[in-house]
Design a protein. Structure first.
Length: 278
């Protein structure tokens, strides 16, 4: 799961929906999405199948279209501003991509047909791929679907241009490919920010206070992972927590410290092995 290329051409639809769901804090497996959408190698996935799959995950898809470039961009940005990722038909209705944000006249695109998956387009670059031209009438249109949840999501992702570029780096391939694992663990340890919550701290502030203790205790106790490797894993967690604005209640710091220590020990014992202590 998470941000990696589709293995087969016909899977672009399920992958596009998966990335839209990820933005809404819903981590689903693309194989299950394909099954619910009725995807096949000879037909791919149409909008009816995607809508059916979205509905099964308690979400909906709102269709929007325009024959004018400026109006199409206006519709798209309008949905993105409301927190709705948009699934677009591109390459003359031959492929599906997901648009997750617009900032500084740049769109952040998730395209499972690309090796690094996440791409940044100017308005004109997107329009060139987005435009559909009817071969019989020469009429053009820009078609898309805004993804929304039927119930209030637990949390939503907020991808800025800087965050998108960070995930795109080759050095962060592990973060991109294991995004779902980081999220699923963090959502058990942290809490989504609530405007009414008091006495909370960010995951970044938590690490500022406790990272040194965590790193030194685990590295010295296990003996194998280097400080640098442990810090990188915690940095990945920090990034995901920041994207979803996950926080920690001040009174839960000791519990979170124990939970993280146990989680990291499990990870590195699985990676490097461990002999019985007693």
């Amino acid at each position: 799961m998470s941000f990696y290329p589709q293995p087969y051409k016909y899977q672009c639809g399920p992958f596009a929906l998966k990335y839209g769901l990820v933005m809404l804090g819903k981590i689903e497996n693309e194989k299950e999405i394909s099954k619910r959408a009725g995807s096949s190698w000879w037909y791919g996935t149409d909008e009816i199948g995607l809508s059916r799959a979205a509905k099964s995950f308690d979400c909906g898809m709102k269709y929007f279209t325009s024959g004018e470039k400026a109006l199409a961009i206006k519709h798209l940005i309008g949905f993105l501003r409301k927190g709705n990722p948009c699934i677009l038909s591109v390459d003359n209705w031959g492929h599906w991509v997901t648009v997750i944000n617009e900032q500084n006249n740049k769109f952040i695109i998730v395209d499972s047909d690309l090796e690094k998956v996440i791409e940044i387009y100017s308005h004109n670059q997107l329009l060139k791929r987005w435009i559909y031209t009817d071969k019989d009438t020469d009429e053009t249109s820009f078609d898309g679907y805004a993804l929304f949840t039927n119930n209030k999501p637990v949390t939503k992702a907020n991808f800025s241009l800087d965050k998108a570029r960070f995930v795109m780096r080759k050095t962060n391939k592990d973060l991109a490919e294991k995004w779902d694992k980081y999220f699923n663990d963090l959502i058990q340890i942290c809490k989504p920010r609530n405007p009414l919550s008091k006495k909370i701290i960010s995951f970044t502030e938590f690490l500022r206070r406790h990272e040194k203790l965590l790193v030194e205790e685990i590295a010295d106790w296990h003996g194998k992972p280097a400080y640098k490797e442990l810090k990188k894993t915690l940095k990945n967690m920090q990034f995901v927590a920041d994207v979803y604005d996950l926080v920690i209640r001040a009174e839960d710091q000791k519990k979170v410290l124990v939970d993280l220590a146990g989680l990291l020990m499990f990870h590195f014992c699985g990676k490097y092995g461990s002999k019985p202590i007693y």
